[in-house]
Design a protein around this ligand. Sequence first.
Ligand SMILES: [Zn+2]
Ligand SMILES: [Zn+2]
Length: 147
Amino acid sequence: MPECSFHSGVETEVSCMECGRYICPKDMVPTPVGYKCPICAKPAPSQYILVKPKQAAGAAVLAILAAYGGGLLLIVMPIHFLFITAAWGALVGEAARRGSGGHRGPIIAGIAGVAVVAVGLLLGFWLLDIVLGVIGVMLVTGWGWGR
Ligand SMILES: [Zn+2]
Ligand SMILES: [Zn+2]
């Protein structure tokens, strides 16, 4: 019997659908077309996930501007509803998305999230407001991969 390509000494007859490497049960990743090795099963990074440094910088600049501008508006607002801070976070997330040229995902969410937390702390927001702001960021930029 052939050996597993990932674990020497482990015999297996199953091979990866894509590259043909032999895989033992530990390595088998079920996919709609059959078992794949862990290397081939990794989703191809989407173009919206790969953020270039220039795009990340654009996202950071717009996110900080939106966070600061929106944050100042929140301070002068006479009535302070909780969902407004979430909307503020969503605004920052949207700014980061546009600043990066339409990217989403963990990197943009991280940039916008940091902007919300940093500006929130700077302006003396309550922790709950900052948390809600971060939730707003996530609603817009999304944690998900490949969108
Ligand atoms: Zn493979
Ligand atoms: Zn193996």
